[in-house]
Each structure stands twice: as C-alpha cells, then as structure tokens.
Design a protein around this ligand. Sequence first.
Ligand code: MF3
Ligand code: CO
Length: 250
Amino acid sequence: MAIAIKTEQEIQLMRESCRLLADVFQNLEKAVRPGISTMEINILGDQLIRQHGCIPNFFHYNGYPASICVSVNDEVVHGIPRKNHILHEGDIVSLDAGLIYKGYHSDMARTFAVGQISQEAQRLIDATRQSFFEGIKMARAGNHLHEISNAIDAYIKTFGYGIVRDLVGHGIGTHLHEEPQIPNFAQFKRGPKLRAGMTLCIEPMINMGRADVEWLDDDWTVVTEDGSWSAHYENTILVTEGDPEILTLY
Ligand code: MF3
Ligand code: CO
C-alpha cells in the first residue's frame, strides 16, 4: 500500500477534524489539576468530542475501553482511565486522543504538569516537545521520511533520554493508522520520499531513563521498564511543497 496523498477537499476535512481536536485539548488542559481522576478526564474529553458532533476514534479501537488515553508518570501511553486513579501535585500526565469528523481522523497528544512539578520532569516535557519540532523541520516534500526520525533522535541524544522504539508515529486520514510508520529513532535507510498532501502523526515518546517499555496485565498500559517517567508529544501534520502545516496546534 502506498502512502495516501490527500486531495484539497480531503485536506480541508482533515484541517477541520484537527481544529476541533485541538479545541478539545485546550479544554482538557484546563481540567488537569491535583485531585481529578483519570476517568473524569476521559469523561470530559468524550463529552467535548461528542459536543462537536464527532466520534472519539480511540473508543473500542482494538478493544480499547475509553475515549482518551491517560498515562501518568512512568506510564508511557495507552493508560486506561480509572475512577480511583487520582492525579497528585507533582505528577505528569500524558493525554492522547483523536476524533473522526466527516470520516476524517485526527490524533494528538500532550504531557501536562499536575500543579508544580520538578525541574527534571519539566525538562523531559520540554525536550519531548522540542524533539517534535526538530523532526517536523524535515517534513517537506522531496525530503525522505527517515530524516524526521533521525532529527528527533539526534536532538534527544543530547539529553541522554531513552527514545521508545516499540511504538511509532503513523500516517492518518480515513483511518487512524495509515502508512507509513514513523519511528522516533535513527534509521539506516532513508525511507519513502515525502510528498505534498501526506498527512502524518509525528509522536515522540521519551523516557527519562532507559528506552525499554513493557505492557501491564491490562494489555494496554505501556510503562517504562525501569520506572522512569515518560513524556509524549504528538500532532497531526500536513506535508506541503513549503513549510509543513501543524493541523492540531492550539
Ligand atoms: N494514540 C495512539 C496513536 O497515536 C493510538 C491509541 S489507540 C487506543 O497512534 F486504542 F489506545 F486508543
Ligand atoms: Co498517533
């Protein structure tokens, strides 16, 4: 399967899907505070998505039981929201969500501070975010996909953090996960050529310690093997002949 090139019409629908999702995130960010449960965040996010007339695309995806992935501290991604999982001052929480608007998917993630957090945790969040911006600099028509991966890797290396290898970014459009896969670590081959009209999710997942992760018994929650904290930053982007467009920015 080739990487889909979206038509101008499809791109408009992607833009709208992503704009609505960014609006959801803006409201979710405001709700993050000590004392809230991860389930309350999920319920709020689910309501916000449906209020826009959209469908949460994570819900029942491969059996995932919620609409928003809520991952705390050493949880990397795909944390399952729970009523009895309360956020505390000093925690970091990664929210990952997506929606479907008129058949077109959007997907984004952010790691937020819960109240006051340590300098080390803030540094991890900032580096993870910046690694996305280093990667997207390479996302231009005519470049090759793995230039994105290599740029993320080169930037994160300077911190000594672990880059998660078991999960990667992806194409997006009429499906949540389309070709290509987008690794966040250095690649030997240059990968496919990027073309205008590709819509991609670039989503570095970065651990303060080692890169290794494992799955909890719930078969979803991905945690760091060494217990170190982890951050996530994801946007849906559009490749153009010029500067890439970040569709989920707010
Ligand atoms: N957010 C993930 C991604 O970025 C997908 C989550 S799937 C779910 O690709 F089932 F956990 F929701
Ligand atoms: Co994604």
